[in-house]
Write a protein that binds this ligand. Structure first.
Ligand code: ADP
Length: 403
């Protein structure tokens, strides 16, 4: 038995989960939030207890120190040397990474090179990595990439129709994101519904939360995904536009006098359900509540979201020459019966789906088959688990020497 830590470092936050392996038992989880701000705090959950401490956390290194101190203070580990590996979630792996790797100098250099593709997260990943490396110098460190699972896409699924030398010179192409989640969902479904046999499976994975993406997987491998060069592309999301005509950028900059940077920020943070709904919230619970009270704009936002997801389901059905399974996952897919219904109603006739809508109403965060036996495609809810995938890669690296 040994322990591994899954880490997700953001610009002002750091989420962590400690596992006992190979059992995949969660020993504790928590987060450090608002790093560098006056109201910074760190939280830890273990043994059914939850602690939250507000304290000065000027940088990630201090946050990591607090987490590690709490692990020994609360008796979750006797000695920090029990932690054999730390797995870091990295959003953008670009063209370099098709699987998890040691977070060594070479990986660090490549992730640094990728900062222009992900200026929001990449620097934070590097800061998180250094903070853990300093605190646990003997633990193996690995990097697990959100883009890695999508590296099996073919050129016609990832090349943008821009001058080709721009694709090759600047590596400007679709990379996708949420790959760790889609990988988990596709392979859990193959294990649970196809007897573990990848060959011949056609799975449509819908990871729909505040960030949303769809992935088409054939034989267990990604063939297409909705997010693009960055997580801004694809379906409409909580606060992001998803795919829009590129001319909207230029036109709105001209209309409003805003800079490209300002408009880009609006596309990322003020659009999607938040932007269309007009209630200063991109949370589907708020949108649903207002829509059901008669707020037309919120109803439009919800219908628009459902339409975008339905359109991609149709597109991926064609891409795979059919589908055997549709998965709903993440915050909305796992929890919102109303949004699932809005989407399913838009595709059911074309795809021959027969859904148990009474059952759909009851399902929150639990693996469930929503379709009836006569449905042409099985439809399920399957909670995602990105952290366990990171923990598994850590375990593989610790036990076998490679991820
Ligand atoms: P992310 O990981 O991208 O931050 P999540 O997958 O956790 O997001 O999804 C969060 C979103 O899921 C919320 O913004 C909300 O829209 C939706 N959500 C979460 N819980 C519920 C719920 N119980 N009912 C409806 N929607 C929910």
């Amino acid at each position: 038995m040994y322990k591994v830590m899954a880490v997700n470092a953001g610009s002002s936050s750091l989420k962590y989960k400690l596992y006992e392996m190979p059992e995949e038992k969660v020993l504790c989880s928590g987060n450090v939030e608002k790093i560098g701000l006056p109201d910074a705090f760190f939280g830890i959950k273990f043994d059914g207890k939850a602690e939250k401490v507000q304290t000065a956390i000027p940088d990630h290194a201090v946050g990591v120190k607090l987490v590690l101190e709490a692990l020994t203070k609360d008796g979750i580990v006797k000695d920090l040397s029990e932690i054999k590996a730390v797995g870091h979630r990295v959003v953008q792996g670009g063209k370099y990474f098709s699987h998890s790797v040691d977070f060594d100098e070479d990986a660090e250099a490549k992730i640094t090179k990728l900062i222009p593709l992900d200026p929001l997260h990449a620097p934070a990943h590097l800061v998180g990595f250094h903070a853990f490396k300093e605190a646990l110098p003997n633990a193996i460190a690995i990097a697990v990439f959100d883009t890695a699972y999508h590296q099996t896409m073919e050129a016609e699924d990832y090349v943008y129709p821009i001058p080709y030398e721009m694709t090759t010179k600047y590596d400007c192409r679709r990379y996708g994101a949420h790959g760790t989640s889609h990988d988990y969902l596709v392979h859990t479904a193959i294990k649970n519904y196809f007897g573990g046999k990848e060959k011949g499976t056609r799975i449509l994975s819908c990871h729909i939360g505040s960030g949303s993406s769809l992935c088409a997987a054939m034989d267990g491998k990604c063939v297409a995904t909705t997010m693009g060069l960055t997580p801004l592309g694809g379906v409409m999301m909580g606060t992001r536009t998803g795919d829009i005509d590129p001319s909207v950028m230029d036109y709105l900059c001209t209309c409003t006098g805003k800079s490209v940077d300002e408009m880009y920020d609006i596309f990322n943070k003020k659009s999607g359900l938040y932007g269309v709904g007009g209630i200063a919230s991109g949370d589907t619970r708020d949108i649903e509540e207002q829509a059901l009270k008669g707020n037309e704009q919120c109803l439009l936002a919800a219908n628009l979201f459902a339409r975008r997801v339905a359109d991609f389901i149709g597109s991926y059905y064609v891409r795979m020459g059919g589908a055997d399974l549709i998965i709903f996952s993440a915050g909305i897919g796992e929890n919102s019966a109303w949004f699932r219904k809005l989407i399913l109603e838009r595709v059911q006739d074309a795809l021959g789906l027969k859904i148990d809508y009474e059952l759909n109403e009851k399902v929150r965060g639990v693996e469930t088959v929503l379709s009836l036996p006569e449905s042409k495609i099985k439809v399920i809810v399957l909670p995602t688990d990105e952290e366990v995938m990171i923990a598994r890669d850590c375990a593989k690296r610790y036990e076998n020497g490679h991820c």
